[in-house]
Design a protein around this ligand. Structure first.
Ligand SMILES: C[S@@+](CC[C@H](N)C(=O)[O-])C[C@H]1O[C@@H](n2cnc3c(N)ncnc32)[C@H](O)[C@@H]1O
Length: 342
C-alpha cells in the first residue's frame, strides 16, 4: 500500500473519503480539509487513468510525514528532504515550490513566506543552481506537477512530497459589474478547461438568470442566448450580445442546423434530470464545449459521479475531454466541463 495525502474544501472531507472508493483507495485519517489515504501500490499517474478526482484540490504522492518544530527546523527538514530526493535527477528548468497550511494550521501568510525564504536560503547554499530555478507557486494549474509540495495540517505536523496533482480549483476575482456571484464559477471553469468563449462564438445559457455566466461570455465577445423564466439583472439585461428567452430550459430546442459553440447550464433542478438533458445535448443537439453545474443537494454526489463516468451510459463516452470538479466557488454542487471535438 502507498500513502496519498489529499486536500479538499472545508466540510467536504467525508465526501472526499467516499470518493476514494472510486479509485480503490481507503481513507486512513482525516482532519479539517484533508484526508490521508492508502492506495494499491501503483504509479501515481495510473490512479487517474479513467477519471480525475472531483472533490480533491491537491493530492500529494507518497508524502513524508514530519513533526513540525520551529520554522527554521522545518526549512532545514525541507532542504534535507529535497536535496536527498533530487540525487540523480536532472533539474534544468523551473520547478514549482508550494508551501501551504490547511484546516486549523493557523499559519499566517507571513509565516509561510518566512519558511519559504528560509528554505530557499538553505537550498541556495546547498545547490545554488537548482534554488535559482524554484518558482514559488500560489496556484497550481490543473494537472501533474513535480517540484516541492508542503502541506501543514496543524501546528505540529507537515506532509512533504515531490509530486502533486492539482484539480486547478482557485479563487477568482469578482467584477462589480457582474450580475451575480455565479460569475465566479464559470470564470473558474474556464481556467480549469484552459479556454473560454471567444469573439463571435455562440453560447446557449440554460438557467441564465440573473446573468453572471451570460455576462462573462458576452464580455468576451460571444453571442449568448440566455434561457430562463426569471429576469436578468443589469450588466446582462441590457447587453447587446445577450438575447433573453423566457422559456423552460427543458423545452428549449436550438436551431437543428447550427451547433452551438458553448453550452452553459446552471439550473436549480434535480441533478439526474439535468444530466439526462445534457446527455441529449451532447448526443443530438450538439455543442463544442460545455460547462454544467449540478446542484447535488440531497442526492449522493458519489453516485452522481459514478453515473457521469459509467462506461456504457455515462457522459464520458460522448466527450473528447471531461473534467468534473468541486470548484473553489461551488457549494453543494459539482461542475462538469469539457469538449466534444478534437
Ligand atoms: C443558480 S441560478 C443561475 C445563475 C446564473 N448562472 C448566473 O450566473 O447568474 C439558477 C437559475 O435556474 C433557473 N431555472 C431553474 N429551473 C429552470 C428551468 N426549468 N428552465 C429555465 N430556468 C430554470 C432559475 O430561474 C434560476 O434563475
Amino acid at each position: 500500500m502507498t500513502t496519498t495525502f489529499l486536500i479538499c474544501a472545508p466540510q467536504f472531507e467525508q465526501i472526499l473519503a467516499d470518493e476514494l472508493a472510486l479509485f480503490a483507495m481507503t481513507a486512513e485519517q482525516s482532519g479539517p480539509d484533508w484526508v490521508l489515504a492508502n492506495r494499491p501500490s501503483q504509479e501515481f499517474n495510473a490512479l487517474f487513468s479513467i477519471r480525475e478526482f472531483c472533490f480533491a484540490r491537491h493530492i500529494l504522492d507518497q508524502p513524508l510525514e514530519q513533526p513540525l518544530a520551529s520554522l527554521p527546523a522545518l526549512a532545514q527538514t525541507l532542504c534535507d528532504f529535497f536535496c536527498d530526493s533530487i540525487k540523480g535527477e536532472k533539474i534544468d528548468g523551473p520547478w514549482p515550490l508550494s508551501i501551504q497550511a490547511v484546516g486549523t494550521a493557523g499559519l499566517s501568510k507571513e509565516k509561510i513566506q518566512a519558511v519559504t525564504e528560509l528554505f530557499l536560503a538553505r537550498l541556495k547554499k546547498a545547490v545554488a543552481r537548482v534554488a535559482k530555478l524554484a518558482k514559488v507557486a500560489d496556484h497550481l494549474p490543473s494537472g501533474f506537477h513535480r517540484g516541492l509540495f508542503v502541506q501543514m495540517i496543524d501546528t505540529q505536523k507537515v506532509f512533504i512530497s515531490r509530486q502533486c496533482w492539482s484539480g486547478g480549483q482557485r479563487r477568482m476575482q469578482f467584477k462589480s459589474e457582474a450580475p451575480s456571484r455565479s460569475y465566479l464559477k464559470v470564470e473558474e471553469a474556464y481556467a480549469i478547461l484552459g479556454t473560454a468563449p471567444r469573439q463571435g462564438e455562440t453560447v446557449v445559457d440554460l438557467g441564465a438568470a440573473p446573468g453572471g455566466w451570460s455576462y462573462s461570455a458576452a464580455e468576451r465577445g460571444a453571442r449568448v442566448t440566455a434561457v430562463d423564466n426569471g429576469p436578468l439583472k443589469d450588466g446582462a439585461r441590457d447587453h447587446p450580445l445577450i438575447e433573453h428567452l423566457r422559456e423552460d430550459a427543458f423545452d428549449f430546442k436550438p436551431s437543428p442546423k447550427t451547433k452551438t459553440d458553448w453550452l452553459f447550464c446552471d439550473l436549480v433542478e434535480e441533478p439526474h434530470h439535468v444530466l439526462r438533458m445534457i446527455k441529449h445535448w451532447l448526443t443530438i443537439l450538439g455543442c463544442r464545449y460545455f460547462i454544467v453545474n449540478l446542484k447535488f443537494g440531497r442526492s449522493d454526489p458519489i453516485q452522481l459521479l459514478s453515473q457521469i463516468y459509467d462506461q456504457k451510459t455515462g457522459l464520458a463516452s460522448y466527450c473528447e475531454s471531461l473534467r468534473v470538479r468541486h470548484l473553489y466557488h461551488d457549494r453543494e454542487e459539482i461542475t462538469l466541463m469539457g469538449n466534444t471535438e478534437k
